[in-house]
Design a protein around this ligand. Structure first.
Ligand code: FEO
Ligand code: CA
Ligand code: CA
Ligand code: CA
Length: 673
């Protein structure tokens, strides 16, 4: 249902000041309320969350580290609805847990065990805290709440079995594990970060920093003695690297053993040598129907996925899905479906098989940004001689190219970016925006990652909460305009919409977008265009400006690629030679085009955003408040760096909890007006 064009002034609110207060601050005239926090029951019979470390049964509770989130409306009969504004489902990611020295200490009574072996009871809780949750939410007399006993509610965890592998890598030898000896199934979804919503009404979740949960032995490189060692290293699993939580140490049962991926003495089907190949995907599921099997979409490539943003669907043309790989120096990708968009698929009878139609076959491209403000999408195909003949890794087939997309992108010389986090499509003009959150490895003297046109800024920030920040500590937001072919275009133009910076920083070298105190920010991460108002919401996950302010959310009304101009930057290398970089910077956002809307609780990041279709209720996530707390201080709440949301009147106990909040405007208006 089309939403009426807003008549009110957008960004009419008074900017929220930077603050380190342990609360969620919104503009005058707005209200923020907590509705769904870590541990909240999803089933009627599950006890209320005590929040003292004794709770169990996390398969039936909200997981931890709420992240990306999408809205799925329900009408009064419980049928999917794109117009209802008072009842719906929130599908969201539970990315990780707040941890120190192996233990997710806020969910264990005494902080838990920070040495190996980890107790199975602790591991069982921690595994179940990861994955996704779907929860019904409802507004009654203007007050929003989650519905704990709703039959729609469900969880997928890092151990869920109802996930299948789809696309070109399904059944490939690379996917054979002890769990699935024919390589068609995956067990669990893990470190779910950004999200997406398909034009046919399903939920997409990106698996991000999954590699760190696994370990392999010091001898494994020698035991394997094949190209899998190259792939493991490229994806961040060196031999003998410890796992994040030591889950593999909790017992010999498969649910623990699967986190230790060393090659054993038997056949590939008898050990977990390939387990890592079954993570790192965009996973699709039907939020409306928990009985449907979720799919890992291997056609979209394997990397540290963030969001998946569709270009504007055009009937009769293929769909484009834009994606980032969030690690220092990783790439930006585009998937183009083989199938052309059919209008009837906007409300299909079977959402999951519609996903099979669009997301299991197509072409995967990687981005190259040129110094003239143009760029190319380079197809990652086994038919490309640069890939087929790559000296660094021998690809067996197209499935191998997709499973090891990073290596294929290396082979074609894609542009190494400053950590691509979320991307989102401008609902006004179809341009695609990408947050590049920061990159401490970008350096003038770096052989592999010197400043380039698309990642042009390098400096050392002497501030910062923990240590000196270097490289590109504040990040930037880049945007892409496809050539006239649209979704199938292989060339594009681009510029940098805005550079994050402190307003007091040098304008010629750091504060390149002339940000003022009412709009300055650092480390953009979440990025979502509102389909209702067209506002672009920018959310931060920062460590460079946190000596001044907690993380925040800003509202932006961006222009378009090319509305600014060329900017020449020059650096001097250690050997005295000059490094000159031309970049393209959008028009500086004035006070009426970029404004701080919200500041979060202590030590949190702001992430995930969705709205009711009228734009009058906005849901966002406050992730990991209090994550700077020391495990040794677990018994003394006064030493927690945050006590949110209990200090906002929500829930028992003082341990901080990741949570979903709903934002409404007191006069009933749209959010951002
Ligand atoms: Fe989970 Fe890259 O943020
Ligand atoms: Ca993120
Ligand atoms: Ca981040
Ligand atoms: Ca995070």
């Amino acid at each position: 249902t089309p939403v009426p064009v807003p008549t009110e002034t957008l960004l009419g609110f008074a900017a929220v000041a930077k603050t380190m207060a342990d609360t969620v601050t919104v503009p005058a005239g707005y209200t923020a309320s907590v509705i769904y926090a870590l541990g909240d029951p999803l089933k009627a019979g599950t006890p209320a969350y005590k929040n003292d470390g004794t709770d169990t049964d996390f398969e039936n509770r909200a997981g931890d580290h709420h992240d990306g989130m999408e809205w799925f409306g329900l009408d009064a009969d419980g049928k999917p609805s794109t117009s209802t504004t008072t009842r719906g489902l929130l599908a969201m990611n539970h990315e990780a847990t707040t941890d120190e020295k192996l233990s997710s200490f806020f969910v264990h009574a005494n902080g838990g065990t920070s040495t190996l072996p980890r107790p199975a009871a602790e591991v069982d809780k921690e595994v179940a805290l990861h994955g996704i949750s779907v929860v019904e939410v409802k507004s009654t007399s203007g007050k929003w709440a989650s519905v704990p006993g709703s039959s729609f509610n469900f969880r997928l965890t890092a151990l869920s079995t109802n996930i299948q592998l789809n696309g070109p890598a399904r059944g490939n030898a690379l996917m054979v594990t002890k769990y699935s000896t024919d390589g068609t199934k995956a067990r669990g979804t893990l470190n779910n970060c950004g999200t997406g919503k398909t034009p046919w009404g399903t939920f997409l979740t990106g698996e991000e920093n999954w590699a760190g949960y696994f370990t392999r032995s010091a001898a494994d490189d020698t035991t394997r003695n094949d190209k899998s060692v190259v792939a493991l290293k490229r994806y961040g699993r060196n031999a003998a690297a410890a796992s994040r939580h030591g889950w593999e140490s909790a017992g010999t049962a498969d649910q623990y053993a699967r986190w230790e991926i060393s090659q054993g003495v038997g056949a590939a089907s008898a050990d977990y040598r390939n387990e890592l190949n079954t993570f790192g995907y965009i996973v699709e599921l039907d939020a409306y129907d928990k009985t449907k099997t979720a799919r890992k979409r291997t056609a979209l490539g394997r990397f540290a996925h963030e969001s998946a943003a569709f270009g504007k669907p055009v009937v009769g043309q293929p769909l484009a899905v834009y994606m980032g790989d969030d690690s220092r120096g990783e790439y930006i990708y585009k998937f183009v479906s083989a199938a052309s968009w059919a209008a009837a698929d906007a409300s299909p009878t079977d959402r999951v098989t519609t996903g099979d139609k669009y997301l299991d076959s197509g072409k995967l491209y990687v981005a190259k940004f040129n110094s003239d403000g143009m760029g190319q999408w380079v197809e990652l195909s086994i038919a490309n001689s640069a890939i087929a003949g790559y000296a660094g890794y021998t690809f067996a087939d197209q499935a191998d190219v997709l499973v090891n997309a990073r290596l294929a992108a290396d082979a074609v010389g894609a542009t190494k970016m400053d950590r691509p986090e979320w991307c989102s499509t401008n609902v006004v003009n179809g341009e695609i925006y990408f947050t590049l959150t920061n990159n401490s490895n970008r350096a003038v003297d770096s052989a592999s990652m010197p400043p380039d046109s698309a990642n042009p800024r390098v400096y050392t920030d002497i501030k910062g909460s923990s240590s000196t920040q270097k490289g590109n500590p504040n990040g930037h937001i880049l945007r892409v305009k496809e050539a006239s072919a649209g979704s199938t275009a292989t060339t594009f133009s681009w510029d940098v919409y805005v550079f994050g910076a402190e307003s007091s920083a040098a304008p010629g070298t750091v504060n390149l977008s002339s940000l003022t105190g009412e709009q300055d920010f650092s480390s953009p991460d979440g990025l979502v265009f509102s389909p209702s108002t067209g506002i672009m919401w920018i959310q931060t996950d920062d460590g460079a400006y946190t000596d001044v302010t907690n993380c925040m959310m800003l509202a932006a009304l961006p222009g378009q690629v090319g509305d600014g101009g060329k900017k020449a930057l020059s650096y001097t290398k250690t050997d005295g030679s000059a490094l000159n970089v031309d970049t393209y910077v959008g028009k500086a956002p004035g006070a009426d085009k970029l404004k701080r809307f919200l500041v979060g609780a202590k030590d949190c990041e702001i992430t995930g955003l969705c709205e009711t279709p009228d734009g009058k209720a906005m849901f966002i996530n406050i992730q990991h408040p209090g994550e700077g707390t020391k495990m040794a201080d677990i018994a003394d709440p006064a030493k927690y760096t945050s006590q949110w949301p209990s200090n906002a009147g929500y829930g028992a106990g003082k341990r901080p909890r990741s949570a979903t909040i709903v934002i409404t405007k007191n006069d009933g208006g749209r959010i951002g007006s």
